[in-house]
Design a protein around this ligand. Structure first.
Ligand code: ASP
Length: 336
């Protein structure tokens, strides 16, 4: 077993990806690079940069990390390019069921919604649950009634329909039909448990303000072809999202069932808070080792109260970016 002092030594060696960061975002696990055209890659970078600039502006205006997180995520939710809000994937039944959560690291207040179908910006509904309800997580119809009463923008479920995501689910149906024709009952059962052909693209943000208050948020359409009522890690505090001023702010993306089982965002925070690992070391350890060894695909972005930022993913890439206090923007698609 690695001794605490050895872990500390390791932490000291591992540098963050960037320092002086006030806001970082992700747009989920990257598609195969060869499937994304140059124009699409350019558009992805542009939306990431717009999200960062909007969140940064909000931070400069109000100096509240929670505002920066909500603002940045709303930009990504409103873009059809990401699997959240407008670009959400379809369930196997051909519906869009959206999940989101938000948390602040000072008092550890948190809010989340799951399975909503008519709330334009689920991240704002999550924030309303945190600030205006006595609860942490509201689901389905209840969450929608609550969001409506909170005065949030409500849309027809058709708002979330986009052609690329509809093609994904059609493709999924075709594959399911052809497999059903060829396979035995035992094989069909394992198919239902498989995740193949998902569209990643969940979005998330982490931020720190001038008081050292951290915040984190995550928003998603989930996984293409998910079962009715399936809830992933994104609205689960400690799985997809966590913020703790004494540790770090974390937002995750990837195969949600693994992130729930491994309590990924809380695990990363615990390594920083109790073991003294750097954010770089903690995220690498959980994503690059624990999750990787278990076969869970995904990634996370992590920020501490000193503005040290790191990201790790165990796939082909993760769309992400960050902005420093003085407004320098960096975006990454497949670059390590
Ligand atoms: N983590 C999300 C979920 O399982 C999916 C994703 O990140 O793409 O719902």
């Amino acid at each position: 077993m690695t001794s605490p002092s050895a872990l500390h030594a390791l932490a000291a060696e591992k540098k963050p990806a960037a320092t002086d960061v006030v806001l970082a975002i992700h747009g989920g696990m990257a598609d195969d690079e060869e499937d994304v055209s140059e124009e699409e890659a350019k558009a992805l970078r542009e939306v990431l940069a717009e999200s960062l600039r909007s969140g940064h502006q909000r931070l400069m205006d109000d100096d509240a990390s929670i505002d920066a997180v909500e603002t940045a995520i709303k930009v990504l939710e409103d873009s059809p390019l990401f699997n959240a809000g407008k670009g959400a994937v379809f369930t196997f039944e051909g519906r869009n069921e959206l999940d989101a959560s938000i948390m602040e690291g000072k008092e550890k207040r948190a809010g989340a919604v799951a399975g909503v179908t008519i709330v334009k910006n689920p991240i704002s509904a999550a924030r309303a649950v945190m600030e205006k309800s006595p609860h942490v997580l509201l689901t389905g119809r209840g969450a929608e009634v609550f969001a409506t009463k909170a005065g949030l923008e409500i849309v027809d479920p058709g708002y979330f329909w986009t052609l690329p995501r509809w093609k994904d689910i059609e493709d999924r149906w075709r594959k399911a039909r052809s497999r059903a024709g060829k396979q035995s009952a035992v094989e069909r059962k394992s198919d239902r448990e498989a995740t193949g052909d998902v569209h990643w693209g969940t979005v998330g943000a982490v931020a720190v303000d001038g008081q050292g208050n951290l915040a984190a948020g995550t928003s998603t359409g989930g996984m293409t072809g998910k079962m009715y009522g399936r809830v992933g890690d994104s609205p689960i505090i400690g799985a997809g999202t966590y913020a703790d001023n004494e540790g770090c702010a974390v937002s995750c993306t990837g195969h949600g069932e693994f992130f729930i089982r491994f309590a990924v965002s809380h695990e990363i925070n615990a390594l920083v808070k109790y073991k003294g690992l750097s954010v770089a070391e903690a995220v690498e350890r959980v994503i690059g080792k624990e999750l990787e060894d278990a076969g869970g695909n995904g990634g996370a972005i992590v920020l501490d109260a000193q503005g040290r930022f790191s990201a790790a993913q165990n796939g082909d890439g993760m769309y992400h970016g960050w902005i420093t206090r003085d407004g320098r923007v960096e975006t990454r698609l497949w670059e390590k």
